[in-house]
Design a protein around this ligand. Structure first.
Ligand code: BTN
Length: 269
């Protein structure tokens, strides 16, 4: 991966500018700075290595050199997109899902921001907003994908089992090609953001749908129940064990299949 091959990409797709780093702290940090200094819609920061990559809740995200696809996409949402900003995490996740499906894999989205292959996390999405007063002027969509096995951190660090595309496919996919496929999917899906069709596609690949899950919502609040689906604002609907419908919003949440919790409990006893 280098600046030249990535610049070539911006002549093939309707993108802003692309900036490449052999190594940077976090592509999201670079993108946030660039967004504030006037980056165009669909501008992208790509890095071979991140030394301070981060995930949700400021958890570290590992990007050793040559192992992963790590990039941040800058959006300047239009007036029609602004009412649907909470769906952007779904748009990003679906844009990763589509190319993985084209590889013959069966990815699922673990709400809100993880992509799973065989119940293991292969990719994550981190969305950050740039505000001007009450208005969101830019959205930074950070994407990290474990391409080679070496991108997957050790089990001592992981909070959820991890995997890579190399584990799933038996070979290393070319990162520029993967980036191009994800961006093409994003460009095709973006006009559908406000539609029911978009929500249906998101719902179809939702992990644990119809299954018993446990959601930890920060503090001591926990819901156990059946995962019914995603609501139009992107929040999650659970039917708890008393038959009551509970809505889970984005934030400090951890979603787990209920059987895994039981398994974990059993191994801890
Ligand atoms: C998560 O799973 O919690 C989200 C992980 C997002 C990681 C990507 S890698 C590119 C971008 N830069 C960062 O520092 N984070 C995101």
């Amino acid at each position: 991966m280098n600046q030249e091959t990535l610049t070539e990409l911006s002549s093939q797709l309707p993108l802003g500018e692309i900036r490449y780093f052999d190594s940077t702290g976090s592509t999201n940090d670079e993108a946030l700075k660039w967004a504030q200094s006037g980056a165009r819609d669909m501008s992208i920061i790509v890095a071979d290595e991140q030394t301070m990559g981060r995930g949700r809740m400021d958890r570290p995200w590992f990007t050793p050199p040559g192992t992963a696809l790590a990039f941040s996409l800058i959006l300047r949402p239009t007036l029609t997109e602004k009412p649907h900003l909470s769906r952007l995490v779904g748009l990003a996740a679906l844009s990763i899902v589509k190319p993985l499906q084209a590889f013959g894999l069966s990815p699922q989205i673990k709400w809100p921001n993880d992509i799973l292959l065989d119940q293991r996390k292969v990719a994550g999405v981190l969305i950050e907003l740039v505000w001007s007063g009450e208005d969101v002027v830019c959205v930074v969509i950070g994407v990290g994908i474990n391409v080679s096995k070496r991108a997957v951190p050790g089990t001592d660090i992981l909070r959820f089992p991890g995997t890579s595309l190399e584990d799933a496919l038996g070979n290393i996919v070319e990162r520029e090609k993967l980036l191009k496929d994800i961006l093409s999917a994003f460009i095709a899906l973006r006009p559908q953001l406000g539609s029911d069709r978009f929500m249906n596609q998101w719902g179809e690949v939702l992990a644990y749908r119809g299954r018993q899950v446990r959601v930890e919502m920060g503090g001591d609040q926990t819901v156990v129940g059946k995962l019914e689906g995603i609501l139009s604002d992107g929040s999650l609907r659970i039917r708890d064990d008393n038959g009551k419908s509970v809505t889970v919003h984005f934030g400090d949440v951890r979603l787990r299949p209920f059987t895994d919790i039981l398994k974990n409990k059993a191994t801890h006893v």
